[in-house]
Structures are given as C-alpha cells and as structure tokens.
Design a protein around this ligand. Structure first.
Ligand SMILES: Cc1cc2nc3c(=O)[nH]c(=O)nc-3n(C[C@H](O)[C@H](O)[C@H](O)COP(=O)(O)O)c2cc1C
Length: 352
C-alpha cells in the first residue's frame, strides 16, 4: 500500500512517503545556498515521492531568522527556479514548497546559534502578530496587525504563490501551524483581538481563509495545494481537534487538496509528548470528519508503523523529516522488504 501511487489532480506521487519541510537557516539574501543544493539533492534520491522545501518567507518581516529562504522578489524567484530546474533534471520526483510568515516568532537566531532566542535589538526587526502578546519571557511584544496590514499579508501569500507556480513547483503548502503568524491568528492563546479577526472560531479562522481563498485563485487546479495545520495546541484553553476539523472543512470548501496535521508550537513549552507516530489518531479523526486528503508527521520511524498508517489507519501519505536525515536509506530499505526496485537509482542498483 505504501508504495502505491497517489494521484492528486494531475500530479502523480509514486508512493505515499513525502519529505517534510525542514528550515535550513542557510540562505543567502533569501536565496538558496550551495548547502541547499547538497541537502535537497540528498533528499531527492531517498525514494520519497515528493520533497517539500522548507518554510519560505512571503515577506521580509515574515522571516524567522536572517538566513531564511524567501520568495518575495525577482532574485529569489530566479535563484529558486535554478535550483528546482537542477533537481528536476536529475530526479523523477515531485517538489513542493511551503510558504509562511513567522509573525511574532520572527527576528530570532538560527537555532544552532541560540535556541529560542530573539535577535539583539540592533539586528532585530519589529515583528507583527494577531495581538501584542510576546511569545515568551524575554521576547519583544509584536505589533498587533491593522486591517490594512492583514490585507497586505494576504497579498504577499498570493504573490509568493504566483512565483512558486512560475518556478514549476508541483505542490504548494501554506504554513498555518508551528506557532507562526497564521497559527497566531487561529489560536485563542495568541489571538485576543476584539474585531472580526478575533474571538469566535469563525473570526479566528478568517485571516487563514482569506489567504487560502486568494492563493486558490492563483494556484493552478491541476497541481497540488495543501496546508499544514494544528491538530491541537497541547494546552488547556488552546486549539483542539474540533477547531482543526472546522478549519479542514473550510479549506476543503475553498478547494484545497490536503491537510498536513501537526501540533504544538504556539508557546515554547506545551504538554506535547513525542512518541512513535503520536499524531496519527488525531489525523485519522480529522480525515474522517473533513473528508480531506490527509497526511501527518511526528516520529514515524518504524517501517511496520508507517505501513500500518497507510493500510489500516487510512492516512493518505506520511510526511517524514528526522528519520530520513538520520538514515537516508530508510525508504529504500522498506522498498526492498516490499520487493520494490524502481525507487533505487540505476547507478546504485548493484549496491542497494
Ligand atoms: C531541522 C528541522 C527543520 C524543520 N523545519 C520545518 C519547516 O520549515 N516547516 C515545517 O512545517 N516543519 C518543519 N519542521 C518539522 C518537520 O517538518 C516535521 O514535521 C517534524 O520534525 C516531525 O516529523 P519527524 O518526527 O519525522 O521529524 C522541521 C523539523 C526539523 C527537524
């Protein structure tokens, strides 16, 4: 089952294993560096049917760190296009990109320099969010966005989507999770607005839906369009699975193809406990209720577990990150157990 095709619109994924987006904090002026060529080339020959490129900022203020990948000007577009052309010339797989705005999580150090730490004042930029509530102790207070700023950010997502299509990405994913700007509007923990963008679930979803609608208008129907969303905040008074089901139904109505179920991240510390495949049951429930194509991530590290997720839990595809970096042969070893040979590059067939 896990090696069966999955056709979404006219894009055919060879199997049900996709590489999850992984921020590299290694871009140069927002464009891919040589590191990206190496990193993405490696991931492209792991047997995955699609590689999703990292969270990419739709605007200068939407970066997490200074070295984030960006897609808001012609130079970013030109350099990303070169990278994708290179990758597609060598690998018969699909590529997607995740576009995002960091909101109050922006203006921070790359995690290996200082984990969960904002930049010092002279290097920092003023962040924006749903409300003027800082992310944690020691973090600056973001500016609560005006309605004009909200409209402008909607347009930024639209513009990056247009650029992503011109680059020839097969899939576009909107990042609505992990404590970034869209999640900051969705979660009652970070959104205390009293206008039509805050309060009720409908109001907290409004900004997300406006972005989804604008992106839907410009992203071609024959390609794949998805969103990474929060299944739960893992916090009392935070988002719950019912909120995620409501958002998934909205996205389906707007014309999105899939939801990628993640969780946590609105605060640095939550009650989230990571264990093998810990989001699968939540994703299954969201799929059952929303009827959306669904994927999930989160410590899917065992071959038999991954097969069970597709076969018995009826999740459409899995999204993996750390295991494929730790063991780039993970998918090929699973393929071998299943007597699948066509994922191994010809040049390696005598070896693997
Ligand atoms: C180095 C690293 C960078 C990540 N960057 C992103 C990102 O850009 N966007 C995103 O949605 N998730 C990001 N994540 C989360 C992963 O996509 C994935 O969902 C998470 O690691 C759980 O899956 P895993 O247990 O297979 O690693 C990142 C994770 C890691 C380890």
């Amino acid at each position: 089952m896990i090696f069966q095709n999955l056709k979404i619109n006219s894009i055919k994924l060879k199997n049900r294993i996709v590489v999850s987006p992984m921020c590299q904090y290694s871009s140069q002026n927002g464009s891919p560096s040589n590191w990206h060529y190496q990193h993405l080339e490696h991931l492209s020959s792991t047997g995955a049917s699609m590689v999703l490129l990292e969270s990419t900022a739709v605007d200068r203020l939407g970066k997490i760190s200074d070295a984030d990948m960006c897609l808001y000007n012609d130079t970013h577009e030109k350099n990303l296009k070169k990278l994708i052309k290179f990758l597609k010339s060598k690998n018969d797989i699909k590529y997607g990109i995740q576009i995002s705005h960091s909101g109050r999580k922006g203006s921070s150090y790359a995690p290996w320099i200082k984990h969960n730490t904002p930049l010092p004042k002279k290097k920092s930029w003023k962040t924006i969010s749903a409300s003027s509530i800082s992310r944690d102790k020691g973090w600056p207070k973001p500016v609560a966005m005006s309605k004009l700023q909200i409209k402008k950010v909607v347009q930024k997502f639209r513009n990056s989507a247009i650029r992503a299509n011109r680059i020839k990405f097969d899939c576009l994913e909107i990042h609505m999770a992990h404590g970034y700007l869209l999640h900051q509007f969705f979660s009652p923990i970070s959104n205390k607005r009293i206008d039509e963008y805050g309060g009720s679930l409908i109001n907290r979803t409004r900004f997300l839906n406006e972005i989804a609608q604008e992106v839907r208008k410009v992203w071609p129907r024959h390609k794949i369009l998805g969103a990474r969303i929060t299944g739960t905040d893992h916090l009392k008074n935070g988002l719950s699975i019912n909120d995620a089901i409501a958002l998934s139904k909205d996205l389906k109505r707007i014309g999105f193809d899939y939801v990628s179920i993640s969780s946590g991240g609105i605060l640095p510390l939550t009650k989230m406990k990571q264990k093998e495949a810990f989001r699968v049951d939540m994703a299954k429930k969201i799929k059952k209720n929303s009827k959306m194509i669904t994927t999930t991530s989160g410590m899917i590290t065992k071959h038999d577990v991954s097969e069970n997720i597709i076969k018995n839990k009826k999740i459409d595809f899995i999204t993996i990150a750390r295991i494929i970096v730790k063991n780039p042969r993970w998918i090929l070893e699973l393929a071998k157990k299943n007597k699948i040979k066509n994922l191994i590059p010809n040049q390696y067939k005598r070896i693997i």
